[in-house]
Write a protein that binds this ligand. Structure first.
Ligand code: ZN
Length: 156
């Protein structure tokens, strides 16, 4: 059995960005349903259990390129006074459609705060080392939901 659309795939992965380890662990995902970044999914297509791959995923096939419009400067007063603000803090904003949009604080002055709505890994090349641990057929409900149902893979 190989990784292709409609298969539930379990991987062990290590992600390195700019020479630093940023993430690692096991992940169950549904192949072919945009559960993982496109460049990694492409690289896993057709691979079998116990196959190991290393792949450098460019930003376009990872978390996207940096959108300058996503970087905004807002008055310090638009944040609550109760508690310090730190560079790297993450908050949620709500857009007019009621959608939750995470952002990160990237700069703080007395008067102003620079916030970045880009994904933290936007503009970065993602260096993955991956081993395929298991592959199975996804069940009907999983295919309908577009994700798999297991302790690691279920996000409702
Ligand atoms: Zn579900």
């Amino acid at each position: 059995m190989t990784a292709k659309k409609g298969k539930a795939v379990k991987i062990n992965y290590k992600l390195e960005v700019d020479g630093e380890d940023v993430d690692s662990g096991e992940l169950d995902y549904l192949h072919g349903y945009d559960n993982i970044v496109a460049g990694l999914e492409d690289a896993l297509e057709g691979k079998a259990i116990a196959d190991k791959i290393t792949v450098a995923v460019p930003p376009e096939k990872g978390y996207g390129i940096v959108n300058e419009e996503g970087i905004q400067i807002v008055p310090r007063s638009s944040f609550p006074d109760d508690g310090p603000l730190n560079i790297g803090d993450q908050f949620m904003a709500e857009n007019p459609d009621g959608e939750q949009m995470p952002f990160t604080i990237t700069k703080i002055t007395d008067e102003e705060v620079t916030v970045d709505f880009n994904h933290a890994l936007a503009g970065k090349t993602l260096n993955f080392e991956v081993e395929i641990l298991a592959i199975r057929d996804a069940d009907e409900t999983e295919l309908e939901h577009g994700h798999i149902h297991s302790e690691h893979g279920h996000h409702h």
